[in-house]
Design a protein around this ligand. Structure first.
Ligand code: F0G
Length: 533
């Protein structure tokens, strides 16, 4: 029987995590440490590698951010000042532009649309992209109308006639004498043929393994069928291209290529012209896929993504919600690849682990200012969250970007430690991958390796959660798998992770790997009967 309050919040989920020993109550957190309540009422420290699903590049409750938050509240910050000047939001946009300028070597400016959560920023991105696409469709239809009017005028003046070849190409009979009737027939036929195309829903291209949130639109861009298909009828048609396969990505765009038919005066003659139709609303990618199993885009794929988007006039959304804000050793993980987006999205660590804030950044040349009149949120741009985000930027950018260097350096050290475990247990550990402090530790399929427990939990997609319970209770280490790759542990601590902590992680994983190699069910499941927390 659950305590009453727990029955009303996530009772189903709570039941599942309880069976795996993950139903622990954390009472305090600082840096990479969380304190969990033990069965006897005492608290015990735990090394946290989950880092708020990647929200804590600066750790839990960073003292300077906490002090800043207290100051804001003590000073009576007007958290709600909608429809007024928002200098902190403007300053944040300016500072993010400076980072973009530095990391991508561009002086093009990006407009900021502020929001509160990651999924919300992606929804804003898709919404803006569709607003832009519809405006481009309107420009195209205006052009078609103007060309039709010009053709009518030219036919009325007797300057041109509809060539028989045009009528034949459309399968229309050649009328005896009336040029205006011939043109009307052509325009009616074009109208009918174009109508379906103009009314067709747009397509958003996303990647296999991608994750962009769980709201109505974003859930359709999230590849995992478990999250996506129950809500497919709500809309947003997405197509998924395999990650890091440039040719397949191009093929998706080629498949989606479509045109409308126009009549134009070409060299004094009326001719049929095919015009590209903007059917793809956006391509959305993560620079490093997070929830899908920590999979970095290759430079070759990134280049093709950019090329294909430029060629098809399709905006490129780079979702840096998890990979951004310093985690990979640069503010934008995509900057390692030279993958300059038309739209960037940021969230998670931008709020320093204290504030809920996200931002969509749109390249000035693609920005539609009228979007501001259509999109808003009560909490967006609030000076509490934006001020904290500004402090996060101060901390990351201080000392010539020492924090980025720390993410890269600590990440390398951590990756080396994880790789050494893999070297010793290649039969247990399949892969260690990632970038900076955004690492994945993937186990082999061990379901046939002898352990009855593993044979049960791995096919059920619960292996990562099970070993997380083991590491928590046996080693005081908090880790979780990625949701869509349940054999991969996500390891994303803050930049303050120490050598000693890295050593603890490696030792704990070695212990786990040796128990898994031995198929020692008693050792593997002991924690369930002898819980520390
Ligand atoms: N985009 C990416 C790349 C994410 O990793 C997430 C969330 C989101 C968007 C949605 O952000 O939760 O603030 O609405 N990722 C979490 C994870 C859930 O498991 O890594 P949100």
């Amino acid at each position: 029987m659950l305590p009453a309050a727990l029955e009303l919040v996530d009772s189903e989920l709570y039941g599942s995590i309880a069976r795996l020993g993950l139903d622990v109550e954390y009472v305090r957190a600082r840096g990479n440490t969380m304190w969990a309540r033990c069965a006897d009422g005492t608290v015990r420290s735990v090394l946290d590698l989950v880092g708020g699903y990647g929200s804590l590049i600066l750790g839990h409750n960073h003292p300077e951010l906490v002090a800043g938050a207290k100051r804001l509240l003590d000073n009576g910050v007007p958290v709600h000042a909608q429809l007024s000047r928002r200098p902190e939001a403007a300053e944040l946009a300016e500072r993010l532009n400076r980072v973009i300028g530095r990391e991508f070597g561009t002086d093009e400016r990006y407009h900021a649309v502020l929001a509160n959560s990651g999924a919300e920023a992606i929804e804003a991105a898709v919404k803006h992209a569709e607003f832009d696409r519809v405006a481009r469709v309107d420009e195209l239809t205006t052009r078609l109308r103007e060309n039709a009017d010009a053709a009518r005028a030219a036919v009325a003046d007797g300057r041109v006639r509809v060539p028989d070849s045009v009528l034949a190409a459309l399968g229309l009979p050649v009328p005896a004498a009336d040029p205006a009737a011939a043109l009307d027939a052509v325009l009616a036929e074009l109208g009918a043929r174009n109508a379906a195309r103009l009314a067709a829903p747009p397509c958003v291209v996303a990647l296999v393994g991608g994750f962009h949130g769980k709201l109505v639109a974003t859930t359709q861009l999230t590849h995992n069928v478990k999250f996506r298909t129950p809500f497919a009828a709500l809309g947003l048609p997405a197509r998924f291209a395999p990650v890091n396969d440039p040719a397949a990505l191009r093929q998706v765009f080629e498949d989606e290529r479509s045109t409308v038919l126009d009549v134009a005066l070409v060299g004094g003659e009326l001719a049929l012209v095919e015009r590209d139709f903007p059917g793809c609303c956006a391509l959305v990618v993560e620079a490093v896929q997070g929830e899908g199993g920590i999979v970095a885009l290759t430079a070759e794929f990134a280049k093709e993504a950019q090329a294909v988007c430029a060629e098809f006039g399709c905006p490129l959304i780079v979702d840096e919600i998890q990979s951004g804000v310093g985690r990979t050793g640069a503010f934008f993980a995509s900057s390692h690849l030279g993958l300059q987006a038309d739209y960037f999205t940021l969230a998670k660590s931008l709020g320093g682990g204290l504030a809920k804030i996200s931002v969509l950044l749109v390249r000035a040349s693609r920005y539609r200012p009228r979007f501001e009149l259509l999109h808003s949120s009560t909490f967006a741009k609030d000076p509490f969250a934006t001020s904290i985000a500004l402090r996060v930027l101060d901390l990351l950018e201080a000392d010539d970007g020492a924090a980025y260097a720390a993410a890269a350096g600590r990440g390398t050290r951590l990756a080396e430690a994880l790789s050494s475990v893999r070297t010793d247990f290649p039969d247990v550990v399949r892969d260690v991958r990632g970038s900076g402090l955004f690492l994945g530790f993937e186990f082999q399929d061990l379901s046939g390796a002898g352990s009855k427990t593993v044979a049960q939990v791995q096919p059920a997609g619960l292996f990562g959660y099970f070993v997380s319970g083991f590491l928590l209770h046996e080693h005081d280490i908090r880790v979780l798998p990625t949701g869509s790759a349940p054999n991969t542990l996500r390891i994303q601590p803050s930049i303050d992770i120490t050598d000693e902590e890295i050593g603890r992680v490696a030792a704990a994983l070695r212990h786990l790997c040796s128990v898994l190699r031995d198929g020692d069910d008693a050792a593997l499941t002991a924690f369930l009967g002898n819980r520390r927390f």
